[in-house]
Design a protein around this ligand. Sequence first.
Ligand code: FES
Length: 375
Amino acid sequence: MKSPLETTNNKPKASLRSQVMRAVDSFAFPLRTSHYVELVNPLWSTHKMQARVVKVWDETRDARTITLRPGLNWRTHRAGQHVRVGVPVGGKHYTRTYTISSEPERDDETFTITVKAISDGKISPHIVRNIKVGDYLPIGLPQGDFFLPDAQPVLPLFITAGSGITPAISMIRSLIAKERLPNTVHIHYAPHELDVIFGKQLREMAATHERYQLHEVHTHSYGELKQTKGYFNDEQINALCPDWREREVYACGPPGLVAALEQHFEKAGRSRHLNIERFLADFAPVPDGAVGGLVKFARSEAEIEASHDMPLLRVAEEAGLNPPHGCRMGICHTCNTTLISGSVRDLRSGKLITGDGSTVQTCVCAAAGDCVLDQ
Ligand code: FES
């Protein structure tokens, strides 16, 4: 049974609840009622949003789907959007952004994220191996502009690789749930058949929905750790999707695939029809002669020598700090701080940022000489 506090659709009830909460807050000062309510059920908290892990499911040997039940103030996502998730590891609090893999039409008041463990990563392997049912994780609201337009594209072409499948599966599931699946082609790259995240469901969807055409491209020969075949090229797209010039393309994958797609669609004069969700920020080549420097974090009174190409967010983390961050790729601005002195380089454009008081996105900027940050 739902708690009355979980019923938020009814406006009069919500405003009555907030009036009651405000009145009770005056007795709870200096904390808020929400802080005490959180002790009973973290999902009832209103001063921070949390989600309870209600299911974990291994998709492949290194990818896991986590089903989360969000607390009060959650708003339903649009298929293709992502969410910030806080993850405590070794006594520190980290934040990462993951695409929501479930469709918004799901009616069990949960959503899913699907995380692939990055072999040399710290957070994703922890999520894949250690997060368990019953854990509570801080979350943000759904964000991002990688979603299907309300005016439905006539012919979508999804091109995805690895965990880049997550926004695509949310969109395809949503179209199916709404019974509005148009003629859809999906090209997906994975090392081997067993590495295809959602492989069984994708194949079932292809078998049961004749308007959904799936092409799996397996890119590794057995025993090889690096890609040896299946690279995206003109010949391949012509063979798998001959009418690609008539389609709206939604692509998500690693930088190599994204670069090849950008080149291909630019050459064909169809860049406008290529919608990309990136795994990582797109960094420009660092100019010759670029130097790093001594970075001082003024508030934390920490300083560390940094290279010319390491994002300042990582520099701060390596110095033992726990700076605010979200997407780690220049989208959300959670990592913004102020440059007190010196200069930094925006790694996406290669441009120098100088001048006291300039805003610096630490996840996409690196030291360009000695600098002091207000952090
Ligand atoms: S962490 Fe999102 S912009 Fe830097």
